[in-house]
Design a protein around this ligand. Structure first.
Ligand SMILES: Nc1nc2c(c(=O)[nH]1)N[C@H]1C(S)=C(S)[C@@H](COP(=O)(O)OP(=O)(O)OC[C@H]3O[C@@H](n4cnc5c(=O)[nH]c(N)nc54)[C@H](O)[C@@H]3O)O[C@H]1N2
Ligand SMILES: Nc1nc2c(c(=O)[nH]1)N[C@H]1C(S)=C(S)[C@@H](COP(=O)(O)OP(=O)(O)OC[C@H]3O[C@@H](n4cnc5c(=O)[nH]c(N)nc54)[C@H](O)[C@@H]3O)O[C@H]1N2
Ligand code: SF4
Ligand SMILES: [Mo]
Length: 749
């Protein structure tokens, strides 16, 4: 017997999207039987964690759908043909647009951890139907950070952990959650090197903290006091990098008064950390050549999250940590995720919540629906997301979805959200079509991986690109003539193709939003290696070649003008089956990407002074006899991956996702290790498995993310964390949720 061939693709379980190689097999040849890290992938270089080995549970899921579903009057679903589904969905959406306006239909999703092409192709549907408002998971974690980075730098930034002297993880546990390439290798390298220093700020002794040189076990929800104290020490002890600040920043004099008199000792006490330890850390930071810092959900889904995003950047920038090796950077990107270009003052129609990076806060969605307001949402288009499960306040989300006049869900599986839809449109999986991630933030070399399909979709299924092209055709907005012109020009050559594309654009500026589906129709079947859905990437390459030509040339793509350079890049992407380095930056270049009015880092954010100064009088802890615990609702653990893998058999250990609690707390409550307990919050209650863990602080408990999914012939194991969270518990500024700060009570069951 000849061994099956190894085919390259990527893991889809977290934002790293490590390259993997897969062998197909099983009785129908459609199972992912063997999986290994792909050494040829330029970012992951053969690295993979424990999670992808049974990715087949995603591909061959019993929740998988193969026919479009339509809801009957009695509430049950019936299978229908695709022509009927496309016609009826398009007609119903168009009818809502005609009667109430397209802005009453909101769009949610566009991609999960590894599939961002749907977001690109849905542009045409959104534009043609006038769906003005949209959101996705980034608006329940990163929008506060995006807003702050937008103010300070004119766009998002990341940090260079590979080369930093001091690496700081703030409310982030990369041992389990990764988010940087080859996370465990990089963590070990920092930890082992006596000249480098790994710092973890986390109330829990996390698995990353096990490796750390310094672990500050901050009190849950009190990072703002800690970070303010750290900036206070920098200012009061004059640890400011004056040369850097003078050369590159504005607003120092405005910021200083807020920190000169700040009572460092009292703030450390409120944060629950020793003042000496904080001073020692700040001195280590000030002394270091370079600092890399990653803030994540522990602070982003917590009190004062936008303020913390600002304070940590003040700490970084006052000590000179931007634009030099091992510090913070702004990389060349194919798609500018993290850049907030939404005009200030853009608000949601009912609650007037701030829209950041084009996304409305997830937590206001129920309020935007459950209202008599004339501008309330009446319909939803959900694609590649599971908001009824993943957004705060499950009960209220269901009530809101129930109240909508029309819901269409585009997914591979019958999810909690799909169950509430009027129509469910099933898609080819990420291994049955070309896909890509836009989470490309690396530096100085940055990567892009357009993945070929591993296998054909089952009969009748296709990709989101095809779906949106069909909707455009049904709407009559994708003229055959433009598709035909583009197609003929492609066959003639790239120069002709670029000219034809530009001509379409100048004839009709609205063509821009139709471009992805037009490109897909025109050239999709002309692309090699089954990469039809990669057609839209052609336009991304053209834009990138305009924006970052030097970086792309340094990655060895040739072209005298942006047009030919963009085409060279596109061809490189099509041929690199394991991903390609598309840009190589130089540290100096960072300053060209600081898009503020004066081209300097803006230290001052006046909108946040009130919250900062208010910390002085704000009590850090709650005295709440009814809900004495702080619950972190939704933690990343070894076998969690949002709701991408639904089959509970995936988790061999701890199938129900235990509640972690400090042994002293558990003993006081009379709850045994391995026993059961009831957890009660202001929103709801649930029965949980309990595991004693001395990693937890007393008073702090945690539950894993992504559990409580229904699955055919299985009990729904574990707790869906958002049965316990409330939509009103959110940041006053960015509207991001306080999932990690959910007041709770624990009772023996
Ligand atoms: N295994 C796995 N990896 C994943 C994912 C997954 O589902 N599973 N999901 C991916 C996604 S979508 C994301 S956004 C990232 C998220 O990655 P992380 O942000 O690392 O994920 P979490 O485990 O939710 O939270 C991180 C840490 O915050 C700590 N924390 C809780 N409360 C506080 C607090 O008050 N202050 C501070 N400083 N820390 C606190 C927790 O103890 C925890 O260790 O992970 C990605 N990677
Ligand atoms: N309480 C609490 N809630 C949280 C969090 C938390 O820490 N605590 N974390 C939040 C975070 S950081 C995130 S990122 C979100 C994630 O929440 P969501 O953005 O809702 O994403 P997923 O759960 O990853 O759901 C992805 C969906 O895409 C579907 N899918 C997979 N492949 C394809 C495909 O090829 N095409 C289509 N159309 N669909 C596909 C899957 O079946 C699944 O339904 O959860 C958030 N919710
Ligand atoms: S680090 Fe993330 S992308 Fe890489 S193998 Fe693990 S889950 Fe998959
Ligand atoms: Mo996330």
């Amino acid at each position: 017997m000849t061994a099956a061939a190894w085919k390259s693709t990527a893991c889809i379980l977290c934002e790293c999207n490590c390259g993997i190689e897969v062998q197909l097999g099983g009785d129908d040849g459609r199972h992912l039987t063997k999986i290994r890290g792909d050494k040829a992938h330029p970012a992951s270089q053969g690295y993979a964690c424990e999670k992808p080995s049974r990715l087949d549970l995603y591909q061959n899921s019993a929740s998988r759908l193969t026919k479009p579903l339509r809801r009957r009057d009695d509430g049950s679903f019936e299978e229908i043909e695709w022509d009927t589904a496309i016609r009826e969905v398009t007609q119903k959406l168009a009818a809502i647009r005609d009667e109430h306006g397209g802005d009453k239909i909101f769009y949610y999703g566009g991609g999960g951890q590894g599939n961002h092409l749907p977001g690109a192709y849905s542009r045409s549907t959104r534009h043609q139907l006038g769906m003005k408002y949209s959101s996705n998971a980034l608006a329940q974690e990163k929008t506060g950070e995006f807003w702050v980075a937008g103010k300070m730098l004119g766009g998002g930034n990341r940090s260079d952990f590979e080369h930093c002297e001091v690496g700081i993880f703030l409310g982030k546990n990369p041992w389990f959650s990764h988010s940087i390439p080859r996370a465990r290798v990089t963590l070990r390298e920092i930890a082992r090197d006596p000249d480098r220093c790994l710092v973890v700020i986390d109330p829990r002794r996390s698995e990353t903290a096990d490796l750390a040189d310094i672990h500050l076990a901050v009190r849950p929800g009190c990072d703002a006091w800690l970070l303010a104290a750290m900036v206070g020490i920098v200012v009061q002890d004059d640890l400011v990098d004056h040369a850097f600040v003078e050369a590159h920043t504005s607003g120092l004099e405005e910021v200083l008064p807020h920190f000169r008199e700040l009572p460092v000792g009292a703030y450390c006490e409120k944060a629950g950390v020793e003042e000496d330890a904080v001073r020692a850390l700040v001195e280590r930071i000030a002394r270091a050549e370079s600092i890399a810092l990653f803030e994540d959900l522990g602070v982003q889904m917590n009190r004062h999250s936008t303020l913390v995003s600002w304070l940590q950047r003040l700490l970084m920038f006052l000590t000179g940590n931007f634009g030099r090796k091992g510090s913070a950077y702004r990389s060349a990107q194919l798609v500018g995720i993290g850049d907030d270009n939404t005009p200030e003052g853009t608000r949601t129609p009912v609650t007037g919540a701030r829209i950041i990076s084009g996304l409305m806060p997830c937590n206001v969605i129920p309020d935007e629906i459950l209202s008599d307001h004339p501008n309330r949402f009446r319909a939803a288009f959900v694609e590649a997301a599971n908001p009824v499960h993943s957004l705060a306040d499950g009960p209220r989300m269901r009530e809101a979805f129930e109240a909508l006049e029309f819901v269409v869900v585009v997914d591979v599986a019958l999810t909690e959200t799909a169950r509430m839809a009027d129509y469910v449109l099933p898609m080819a999986t990420q291994f049955e079509k070309a896909e890509a991630t836009f989470f490309n933030f690396e530096y100085p070399a940055n990567y892009f991986h357009l993945r070929s399909p591993l296998l054909e979709p089952p009969d009748g299924l296709f990709s989101e690109a095809e779906l949106h092209a069909r909707i455009a055709e049904e709407l009559g907005v994708l003229p055959d003539s433009s598709v035909k012109a583009l197609r003929e020009a492609w066959d003639e050559g790239r120069e002709a193709f670029r000219a034809c594309f530009m001509e379409q654009l100048s004839n009709d500026p609205g063509f821009f939003s139709m471009a992805p589906v037009a490109l897909y129709r025109a050239i999709g079947d002309r692309l090699p290696h089954g990469l039809a859905e990669g057609a839209a990437v052609w336009a991304l390459c053209q834009i990138a070649a305009q924006k970052s030509p030097d970086s792309i040339r340094r990655a060895d793509f040739q072209g005298d003008d942006p047009g030919t350079l963009g085409d060279a890049l596109f061809d490189g992407i099509l041929e690199a089956r394991s991903g390609v380095i598309f840009a190589v930056d130089e540290w100096e270049e960072n300053w060209k990407r600081v898009f503020t009015a004066d081209g300097r880092i803006q230290l001052a954010i006046p909108e946040l002074y009130g919250e900062l100064d208010g910390l002085a009088d704000e009590p850090a802890t709650r005295s709440d006899e009814e809900f004495p615990f702080v619950l972190s609702a939704g933690e990343r653990r070894s076998f969690t991956a949002n709701t991408i893998i639904r089959n509970p058999a995936w988790r061999r250990k701890d199938p129900n996702g235990a509640l972690y609690i400090h042994p002293d707390d558990a003993q006081r409550l009379g709850i045994a290790d391995g026993g059961r307990a009831r957890i009660v919050t202001r929103r709801g209650s649930a029965e949980v498995d309990v595991a004693h863990s001395d990693r937890m602080q007393s008073g702090h408990v945690s539950l894993p993310n992504g559990l409580g999914l229904d699955y055919p012939d299985a009990d729904a194991p574990g707790v869906s964390p958002n049965e316990l969270t409330r939509s009103e518990d959110r940041d006053g500024f960015a509207g991001t949720p306080w999932h990690k700060y959910t007041p709770a009570r624990i009772e023996a069951a």
